[in-house]
Ligand binder design. Structure first.
Ligand SMILES: [Zn+2]
Length: 243
């Protein structure tokens, strides 16, 4: 199991470039940042220094990209689907440019429709954006797959050719609910994905962060640990079934 910390929420008392090493020293395996630059088009030297701070600390960089899904019903609700797809294509191109010197296998990206207990009936379907999401340079893509609005979308991967070397990290536990998913349900979900895209291309994940906003608590901390234990146990069950 690996633990990710969002360095735009924690360790903010430190300068940006010192946070990756501090996160590593604190025992985390992966770091995530919100857009860390003051400008939408940062200078190359600024980007390079940021990349180096991440890779020097030995991290995989997880890029938080809710704009590719969530913004459909927030910022860009007035657009047609076709125009929204053009917008997020530009976002992915900008992201790829920003991280062009980081090896894909040192990066993951996370897309989501917000880690909230809202109705989510306006969420853009994964099938309508997945081809653009997969153009991102990061090797692995994390997305919600456990909550009741997106649990069926494992089937999307029957129609999508996963590019060689890409890894998917579907959520197999829900980050908004205090239910502790049974390990067998976690295993069933992982096996569903694995049977479609190949077991070597799947990592079990959480729908989203449990602490998306500082101070907001949807799931009791003790229950978070129980859910993560269930995720680990379910992944072991799935591995036994698949290999
Ligand atoms: Zn998320």
């Amino acid at each position: 199991m690996t633990y990710t910390v969002n360095c735009s929420i924690l360790l903010t008392e430190l300068p940006l470039l010192e946070r990756p090493a501090a996160a590593k020293a604190a025992g985390f395996d992966a770091v995530e940042f919100w857009w860390p630059f003051a400008s939408s088009v940062p200078a190359d030297a600024e980007v390079t220094a940021f990349e180096r701070a991440i890779t020097d600390a030995g991290f995989i960089l997880q890029l938080d990209c809710p704009d590719l899904a969530l913004s459909r019903h927030m910022v860009f609700a007035h657009l047609s689907l076709e125009d929204f797809r053009k917008v997020i294509t530009t976002h992915v191109e900008a992201l790829n440019h920003a991280v062009r010197d980081i090896p894909p296998e040192r990066m993951r990206m996370h897309i989501c429709w917000a880690s909230t207990q809202g109705p989510h009936h306006k969420d853009v379907p994964l099938k309508d954006i997945v081809d653009i999401v997969l153009k991102g340079r990061p090797q692995a893509v994390s997305f919600p797959g456990a909550n009741p609005r997106h649990g069926h979308e494992w089937k999307v991967w029957k129609d999508v050719k996963l590019p060689d070397g890409k890894i998917i990290i579907p959520g197999v536990i829900d980050s908004t609910s205090n239910f502790v998913e049974h390990p067998e349900l976690v295993a069933d979900r992982l096996v569903q994905y694995a049977r479609v895209v190949g077991p070597e291309n799947v990592i079990g994940g959480v729908d989203c962060g449990f602490g998306t906003f500082a101070g907001r608590l949807q799931v009791d901390s003790k229950i978070v640990w129980m859910k993560l234990a269930s995720l680990a146990e379910g992944a072991q069950l799935a591995s036994r079934e698949l290999w």
